[in-house]
Design a protein around this ligand. Structure first.
Ligand code: HEM
Length: 219
């Protein structure tokens, strides 16, 4: 299959995942509010999303995007390695590209590890009903706040969630820039803006997601 098609699939699914993360971080900011406000708001928000038919379709697009992104990234990496089986005696790659760009697969594997553990912690319990049953709050909403709050009473999970936001940040920073280039966006000033936006975006996502577990832990 055409390399451009594969790379475009990685870029498009990646951009969709970037938009999801903005919405997801905004919702998770509720967790830092005082408990009496946060519990009701977070549970009401989460229930509304789960019950909306439109959001259910978006959720399937999200799962498909994760699968497409991972599968095509593996296919492109394997193809590139096969095309360059021998390492050159003199390797100028460091001069030509950043560390993150050369290690996107490794960074992506850390992000995937995070997503697998994260989905087991939340999605499998809340959506699939696996593991310990989830209760309801005073308003009858599924108590997703309690699932989050109790998980982040465990310092190992707090550290796991926060530390893995570092590879996520590097992956997002390089991924966002290269997605636009892959899709043919080569406008000079436009690219300079995207480079700056990518830095801000990656910092906000990694610091935002990385701080929330600590804030909940010390609440
Ligand atoms: C502070 C960090 C985070 C918290 C507290 C958090 C919390 C949650 C919760 C509570 C759910 C289940 C929502 C529900 O079904 O009602 C969820 C789902 C999910 N989270 Fe996170 N999340 C965090 C970070 C992340 C990050 C960094 C990613 C991606 C890299 C991510 C990806 C997902 C995905 C893909 C789902 C499934 C969404 C769905 O089924 O609609 N989360 N998260």
């Amino acid at each position: 299959m055409d390399l451009f098609f594969r790379k475009s699939m990685i870029a498009l699914s990646g951009l969709f995942l970037c938009v999801f993360l903005i919405v997801h971080l905004s919702a998770n900011c509720i967790l830092v509010l005082p408990e009496e406000m946060a519990r009701e708001l977070y549970n009401a928000y989460s229930t509304t999303l789960r019950e909306s038919p439109l959001i259910k379709i978006v959720a399937y697009v999200l799962y498909l995007s994760i699968i497409v992104h991972v599968v095509y990234a593996v296919l492109v990496t394997v193809r590139n390695r096969r095309a360059k089986p021998t390492s050159y005696a003199v390797n100028h790659s460091n001069e030509n590209s950043s560390w993150a760009s050369q290690n996107m697969m490794l960074l992506g594997l850390f992000v995937l590890l995070f997503i697998v553990v994260h989905l087991a912690n939340f999605w499998a319990r809340i959506k699939l009903g696996m593991g310990e049953a989830v209760g309801t709050d005073a308003h009858g909403y599924v108590d997703v706040y309690e699932v989050t709050y109790s998980l982040f009473q465990n310092i190992y999970y707090v550290v796991f969630y926060s530390v893995l936001m570092i590879p996520l940040g590097y992956h997002l920073h390089h991924g966002l820039k290269s997605a636009f280039k892959t899709l043919g966006f080569y406008h000079k000033t436009g690219l300079a803006v995207i480079v700056k936006v990518a830095v801000v975006y990656a910092l906000v996502m990694s610091i935002g997601f990385g701080l929330i577990p600590f804030i909940v832990y010390f609440k």
